[in-house]
Design a protein around this ligand. Structure first.
Ligand SMILES: *Cc1c(COP(=O)(O)O)cnc(C)c1O
Length: 351
């Protein structure tokens, strides 16, 4: 949707629109670069580097991201993993028992769990056989109470990017919010949708430090969106939702861009190497194209192969119960050593 038609008040839940947010001590007074005596938050005054509450708006970390991604600070919200960001979006915009969302299975399981938790109806429109968006079917199923459409690109568990034209078409024809989950975007050569928030006011792009950035343990999710959307989410988030250790660690890792790009190159090399071997194995029926750090494969008997790998101390993800994923296993790309062990085991099972 282009700028003029966008009306945040039509989307946000009435109780949230009226909500006066809790104002924390650090919220009301945070003056950077100034030696103040802080007697406002009932903290322990003895310095151990973590005795103070963290910055509720993560100014330093956001500034770093803002420069790296070339996106204004006011268009960024950070959460305790993308899972928190997704939860905030549900709670801000979806009225329990009245609103609905659209997802495109097979896809990330959290959209459904969050919808169920918040008592929101889910309309599931399967991807096509090629795991692409069924645009016409989506457009047909948009209803008055459709608040959110989730697009995961590259998609989990299939690994592929979603067609840009299909996404554009939905962006232009839907008046609710479109959430593009880009957890794996850093592994792909394709450009992020994040900068498109300038052109589409109803677009929310979600990224995470859990995958390519190697920081799943600190729980840091990133949301890029129009300022009005960010303001609503800021209103309902817990005041200190990103802890000090996570903020510090994220700043440190974001400053080491070179090491990260090397890891991504290595990961993609290992992926290619694994792919070449998978092609030669008889019980592997299909290898799906991947722009992420995992590969989805179809085998002769997923349960059997999953268990055989397990007996060899290798854990993959069995996705055979997902729609369009009969007999499919999802394999994460490990280190060179791990990939070599996996290859030896897969070959052993073949004979
Ligand atoms: C791994 C993953 C995430 C990351 O979630 P975090 O809470 O940030 O760790 C988000 N979306 C998808 C599709 C994922 O696969």
């Amino acid at each position: 949707m282009k700028n003029k038609k966008f009306n945040i008040n039509k989307l946000v839940r009435a109780n949230i629109a009226q909500l006066k947010p809790y104002s924390s001590a650090r919220n009301e007074f945070l003056e950077l670069n100034k030696e103040m005596i802080y007697l406002d938050a009932n903290e322990n005054p003895f310095d151990n580097s973590l005795n103070r509450y963290p910055d509720p708006f993560q100014f330093k970390l956001k500034s770093k991201l803002s420069v790296l991604k070339n996106i204004p600070l006011d268009n960024i919200l950070l959460g305790n993993g993308s899972d928190e960001v997704l939860d905030l979006i549900f709670r801000a915009f979806c009225e329990p028992r009245l609103d609905q969302i659209i997802t495109m299975p097979p896809t990330y399981g959290m959209y459904k769990v969050l919808a169920r938790t918040n008592d929101i109806e889910i309309v599931e429109i399967l991807l096509t056989q090629e795991f692409q968006i069924d645009t016409n079917e989506i457009l047909k199923n948009i209803a008055k109470n459709t608040k959110l459409i989730f697009i995961c690109s590259p998609n989990n568990p299939t690994g592929n990017l979603m067609d840009r034209k299909a996404i554009k078409k939905i962006l232009k024809n839907f008046e609710g919010l479109i959430v593009i989950d880009e957890a794996y975007i850093d592994f792909s050569d394709s450009e992020s949708w994040a900068r498109e928030i300038i052109n589409y006011q109803n677009l929310i792009v979600i990224q995470t430090l859990s995958k390519a950035y190697g920081l799943a343990g600190i729980r840091l999710g990133i949301c890029y969106a129009n300022r009005k959307i960010i303001e609503v989410l800021n209103k309902i988030k817990a005041p200190y939702n990103v802890n000090q250790l996570s903020q510090d660690m994220a700043i440190e890792v974001l400053s080491k861009n070179k090491e990260l790009s090397k890891q991504i190159v290595d990961c993609n090399l290992n992926k290619q190497k694994l792919k070449n071997v998978l092609k030669q194995i008889n019980y592997i029926k299909k290898i799906y194209p991947s722009d992420a750090n995992f590969i989805l494969i179809k085998v002769d008997n997923a349960r059997k192969r999953y268990n055989q790998l397990l007996e060899n101390n290798i854990v993959v993800r069995n996705r055979m119960d997902e729609p369009l994923c009969a007999n499919c296993l999802r394999i994460t790309i490990g280190t060179q050593n791990e990939v070599e062990k996996l290859i030896r085991t897969l070959k052993k099972l073949d004979s």
